[in-house]
Design a protein around this ligand. Structure first.
Ligand code: MN
Length: 725
């Protein structure tokens, strides 16, 4: 176990400004908290966080990361709390330790490799501070190094599998190739010991055979470069057993065919020399086609830069060569962790896919010190997504802002259609609740439930929206059919006739409908008048004059739109449709602009061509024009369940004295009574008075009456009345 002063010295060796006091306090705190706990190996538990801190020191990370390493298991495994850590080490450290703890809790949730990619994204999304991820990787690395001490083979395998599928790719993603290689090798040894043994045996045999070859080729390559005037460091290296194994699997080639079992790395001092070395090698040896890759001009997404090429080497065998600078080498090994050391001249990463890395480097350039760099380094990747779990641990990725409705439809459209509620992390919460990363969602369903039009407001995925719309369309058609049938019955009965299928079938073509159902639905939707159908079936009735509908109520939908917008702006639900009784649910409803009905007014519904039902006040003059068409009248009332929020537009005609301040006292009175002026129009102006019409958003007719009374009591206001037409 690394001793306290050793750890501090190691950190100070690369960071002279490290907070020695904080490191010492964290060491002592961790030691005390873990107390007599033991690891599977029999070592004191605290040796683990200390080793993790040691790995982080090897990565040359800042004090906060090292301290987080020392404390990373205290919340999970001891009686330490986030609050206590915040009090002793500051909010910053508490946040980091908490982040690592949350990541650790993720592990147990899923064992399916299919979900690995989503899990990787989840881990990245949860590591809003990159140090959380770095500490987690160091934690996993030490656990893998000591994996053999765990007795249960199934548990060892699970951890190894997770390392292979989740943590090694994550390390690679942020460019930490050295950590990635070690994680992979350790996991490979656990998951496929036979495969690894065979690769090692074969490697050993080849090495024996070609023992002198590697130094010989090294010397030859060095000489070739020197003759071209280039001094370079050439080193031969072997691929790891796991990478050889994977290549053999992927490319389906035999061991000997693998060109890159022997690979050489050439380190030069700058980018120009990289290309110079490449030219010298390509000029001296036969180039293997398709082996050349320029990751300097176009770095890998994780920031990796190097030139790769393959040639027939000086001794006649195929070799792979990597050419890079020392800085690129360090970057390739340490990835993100390398950035904050190299402040000058980071990788050139102009392509859009390197945006996240570029922003890292930008912060790096601006930050005065390493601590601040890491502090402000946020992994922006996948911040536009949320990842949630089903109760069985299946991971579901959704766009940010998604709600349980989206989740339900993502699970299965049947689940979505019958969804009645959702338990988020065990708590029953509204369906409009926005989901967060790592939430576990249990959808409560009921066979009696059907999708509600209001769901569309808080669904964000296309799948959910489409399913809801489709359902509403189908249901609406059923309702139009039902309504159309009753409207036709009413119109026919008035003249002493019966609606017959034959009668409808005979005239359906007159209305350009293919089926009688289509015609009936069109009547229900108000697109075709019931009386028009009647007179088509019985042309003798035609002479009876029928009023043209529509013309006098064309603009009616506008007022409702405004009210709807007002409601939406306040985040209210659509209540206009459900506040009216006597209608078939789901029918389109509009409030007539001529009379502005308010809850509390006596009202009547008129089937309106192309508009569904229009609601008028019972004393509205417009109604006279429908006296000839009783089949279009519907008995309606207000649902007593109101929202109590201003959402309806009432119109007032007001006469105000033409004097300074009268308009402001008008608006003050309305505002004081919680009305909201949505429109104001001066209709007449004289020397003494203004006549104006104002639209006020109110909750109901009583609310409007209160405002009217208050206005009448205002000295500057002469007359107030409800506007009719
Ligand atoms: Mn740990």
């Amino acid at each position: 176990m690394i001793r306290q002063f050793e750890l501090v010295e190691r950190v100070q060796s690369y960071d002279p400004e490290a907070d020695e006091d904080m490191l010492n306090r964290a060491y002592v705190y961790g030691l005390k908290k873990h107390g007599t706990q033991l690891r599977a190996s029999g070592d004191p538990y605290f040796s683990h966080p200390v080793e993790v801190a040691g790995i982080l020191a090897e990565m040359r990370l800042d004090t906060s990361s090292i301290v987080t390493g020392l404390l990373h298991d205290t919340i999970e495994d001891t009686d330490a709390t986030r609050e206590e850590i915040a009090g002793l080490f500051g909010e910053n450290i508490a946040r980091l330790v908490d982040g690592v703890t949350k990541l650790s809790r993720l592990e147990v949730q899923s064992e399916s490799t299919k979900e690995a990619e989503n899990l990787r994204k989840l881990v990245l999304a949860m590591s809003s501070d990159i140090r959380v991820l770095l500490v987690k990787l160091a934690d996993r690395l030490h656990n893998m190094r000591t994996l053999r001490h765990i007795k249960e083979p199934a548990r060892r395998r699970r951890i190894a599998r997770e390392t292979m599928d989740l943590y090694a790719p994550l390390a690679s993603r942020i460019g930490m190739e050295k950590v990635k290689r070690e994680l992979e090798e350790l996991a490979f040894a656990e998951l496929n010991p036979d495969g690894r043994a065979s690769v090692l045996a074969r490697l050993g045999y080849l090495k024996e055979k070609g023992e002198q070859i590697v130094p010989q080729i090294e010397a030859e390559l060095t000489k070739t470069l020197l003759e071209g005037g280039l001094e370079a460091q050439v080193s031969g290296r072997e691929k790891t057993p796991h990478s050889i194994w994977r290549k053999m699997q992927q490319k389906n080639v035999s061991f000997e065919q693998l060109a890159d079992i022997m690979a050489f790395r050439i380190i030069v001092s700058d980018v120009a020399q990289c290309y110079q070395a490449l030219g010298l090698l390509h000029g001296s040896y036969q180039v293997l086609p398709q082996r050349f890759k320029d990751y300097i001009s176009v770095p890998k997404p994780n920031g990796y830069r190097s030139l790769h090429t393959g040639v027939i080497g000086p001794l006649g065998q195929r070799i792979e060569i990597q050419i890079r600078t020392a800085e690129m080498q360090d970057q390739a090994e340490r990835g993100v962790a390398a950035h904050w050391i190299y402040k000058q001249g980071g990788p050139s990463t102009d392509a859009p896919q390197y945006a996240w890395l570029r922003s890292l480097i930008e912060i790096l350039d601006k930050a005065p010190n390493a601590e601040e760099f890491l502090e402000h380094t946020k992994l922006e990747m996948f911040q536009d997504q949320v990842f949630c779990f089903t109760p069985k641990g299946k991971l579901i990725a959704l766009p940010r802002g998604a709600t349980p409705i989206d989740f339900a439809y993502a699970v299965h459209s049947q689940v979505g259609d019958t969804c009645v509620g959702a338990k988020i992390n065990g708590r029953m919460l509204p369906l409009r609740t926005q989901l967060s990363n790592g939430d576990q969602i249990e959808i409560v369903t009921s066979k009696a439930q059907t999708p509600s039009p209001t769901w569309e407001r808080f669904a964000v995925t296309g799948k959910a929206k489409a399913a809801i719309r489709r359902f509403i369309r189908i249901r609406q058609r059923e309702q139009y059919l039902q309504l159309g049938r009753s409207l036709l019955d009413k119109a026919f009965h008035e003249e002493g006739y019966e609606v017959t299928d034959k009668g409808l079938a005979d005239v359906k073509a007159n209305f350009k409908h293919a089926t009688t159902d289509d015609l009936v639905a069109a009547v229900g939707a108000g697109l075709v008048g019931a009386r028009e159908v009647l007179t088509a079936v019985y042309p003798g009735l035609k002479q009876k004059q029928q009023r043209k509908s529509g013309a006098d109520i064309v603009p009616i939908s506008r007022a409702r739109n405004k009210a709807t917008k007002a409601r939406e702006a306040r985040g209210q639900t659509e209540s206009g449709q459900i506040a009216i009784t006597g209608l078939i649910p789901g029918m389109a409803v509009h409030f007539a602009r001529c009379c502005h009905p308010l809850p509390g007014d006596r009202i009547v519904g008129i089937i309106t061509t192309g508009k569904g039902v229009t609601i008028h006040t019972i004393d509205c003059a417009t109604l006279e024009s429908f006296s000839d068409a009783p089949e279009r009248w519907i008995d309606v009332g207000w649902d007593s369940v109101g929202e109590g929020e201003a959402a309806y537009t009432g119109r007032l005609k007001i006469t105000v004295a033409n004097q300074p301040g009268s308009l402001s006292s008008l608006s003050t009175v309305i505002a004081r009574h919680e009305g909201n002026i949505s429109n104001l129009r001066i209709v007449n102006r004289s020397m003494d008075f203004f006549d104006m019409v104002i639209d006020v958003e109110v909750a109901d007719v009583k609310h409007l009456a209160d405002i009217t009374a208050a206005l009448r009591a205002t000295p500057a206001i002469n007359a107030v009345e409800r506007a009719r037409n």
